[in-house]
Design a protein around this ligand. Structure first.
Ligand code: BES
Ligand code: MN
Ligand code: MN
Length: 458
């Protein structure tokens, strides 16, 4: 594969500059004011996929943001890899914490700073460049279908419909996704699981209008106080979630599985230092790594109400709100957990307030095999490019479409991610290593080579 590395090396500047151009397009899927930018980004992705040598490249409209699809079928009897990624990004807020513009990418100390650099433009674009590299150096060893969507960060609802409606078009042997992270640049790893998600918004209403907190305070339920009490009661002293039935479907890992997870290097002191916290906190009986991957969680993502402007205003507010997410593990069903939360949260409301729970998006957890030809091909590819065999690890984030690929298309996924947890995804100053970008571009053709070889029984 040396000639491929040489090709990549001699096109390094162009490969980087093309990514920077994509990063300049603010393809924020959550905010309607970026709709035209999202559409422009889809067109740019289409053009790049065509230039890389993919056939039948199209921008497929949906009820929301479009999906970009292209393929290269060299021989229908050969295996097919379905590459998935997303060109949409999270909102860049809070803007004042960025050291440079979120859509004005800069390279500093070997890192590409921009919203979407790691999640997921920098990672899906590695596949486009890997396809180009293979096409320019003897061709692909098997078929590829590439599907890059524009709504991952808002729950992939329209992609779910697209997948169900296009089973034949998307027929493949395995899904390959670069949208996760590794342990460290000198400790390569492959994610073998994702958590599911249930996301809701709650509204607590007290009196019919804002009141003077002196005139009424003490005699009328304050919805913010009530909301805080209710949220606090959702964890017990062992930091377990108190919603009845919440853990019923959770499958406990065996001691062997837990021991295997514990083998991944993890330094709790470094972890605390990096986050400037003096202690970790989580469910009793589990390590930090377990708490953030194989255990379900409940977190408040935002909470507001009352007066939050300058200075003080004495007010007993009429309403309080919170956005709450629960990360789920395999066998917990997102809809069922949402229902459990809804019933419980309404029930624990103290007298004098009314509660409305509004479900947002959800998604199911997924686990991927570590003994499949595709996993072994990915492992071998990374071992060649990093000089070390990657460690399988369970991840804590969510990519809802992974469970749907399995349910609808019968396909398992390989999470071939090259980011790092320290990339600040969804946060100000998101970054992606130039090293990581090129390691991905070097590793992907090796994956195709090994996968095609293994599937041919070689
Ligand atoms: N790429 C992330 C998921 C991820 C990141 C998985 C790091 C493992 C390690 C993805 O873009 C993402 O942010 N997903 C959302 C879910 C979605 C429904 C909004 C998430 O996990 O919050
Ligand atoms: Mn992502
Ligand atoms: Mn994301």
């Amino acid at each position: 594969m040396q000639h491929l590395d040489t090709y990549i090396e001699s096109n390094k500047d162009r490969f980087l500059n093309e990514l920077l151009d994509l990063l300049r397009i603010p393809s924020v899927s959550a905010d309607p004011k970026y709709k035209a930018d999202v559409a422009r980004c889809a067109e740019a992705v289409k053009q790049r996929m065509e230039e890389a040598g993919l056939d039948k490249v199209e921008v497929c409209p949906t009820a929301g943001h479009p999906i970009v699809y292209g393929e290269k079928i060299i021989d229908p009897t050969l295996p097919t890899v379905l590459v998935y990624g997303h060109y949409d990004v999270q909102p860049p807020d809070p803007l004042d914490l960025w050291h440079s513009g979120p859509f004005d990418p800069v390279i500093k100390d070997g890192m590409i700073y921009a919203r979407g650099s790691a999640d997921d433009k920098g990672q899906f674009y590695m596949h486009v460049k890997a396809v180009e590299t293979m096409m320019q150096n003897g061709g692909l060893p098997c078929n590829v279908k590439v599907m890059i969507e524009g709504e991952e960060e808002v729950g992939s609802d329209n992609l779910g419909l697209f997948v169900s409606a296009n089973k034949e078009k998307l027929a493949a042997d395995v899904v390959l996704i670069s949208d996760t992270s590794m342990i460290a640049n000198d400790v390569p790893s492959i994610n073998t699981g994702l958590r599911g998600l249930s996301y809701l918004e709650v509204e607590v209403t007290g009196p019919n209008r804002d009141l003077h907190s002196g005139v009424y305070g003490g005699a009328v339920a304050n919805p913010i106080n009530a909301l805080c009490e209710m949220i606090a009661s959702l964890h017990d002293a062992d930091r377990r979630i108190t919603i009845p039935g919440f853990y019923d479907a959770v499958v406990e890992l065996s001691a062997t599985e837990r021991a295997a997870l514990a083998e991944a290097p993890f330094d709790e002191e470094d972890y605390k230092k990096d986050l400037q916290i003096d202690a970790v906190r989580g469910e009793k009986g589990y390590t930090s790594e377990e708490r953030s991957s194989i255990r379900p969680t409940l977190d408040v993502n935002g909470i507001w109400g009352g007066y939050i402007g300058e200075g003080a205003k004495t007010v007993l507010p009429s309403k309080a709100y919170a956005k709450i997410s629960m990360r789920l593990v395999p066998n917990q069903k997102s809809d069922a957990i949402t229902k459990l939360f809804q019933d419980h949260f309404v029930k624990i409301a103290p007298p004098g307030v009314k509660v409305v729970v509004k479900p947002h998006h959800g998604g199911e957890a997924a686990v991927t095999p570590i003994d499949s030809p595709a996993y072994l091909a990915a492992s071998k590819a990374m071992e060649e490019t990093f000089g070390k065999k990657p460690i399988p690890t369970r991840g804590g984030g969510s990519i809802p479409i992974v469970a749907l690929f399995e349910a609808e298309l019968g396909l398992k996924t390989v999470l071939f991610g090259f980011g790092l947890d320290s990339d600040n995804i969804h946060s100000p100053n998101e970054k992606y290593g130039v090293f990581n970008y090129f390691q991905g571009i070097r590793s992907i053709p090796r994956f195709f080579h090994h996968y095609a070889g293994m599937m041919n029984g070689k």
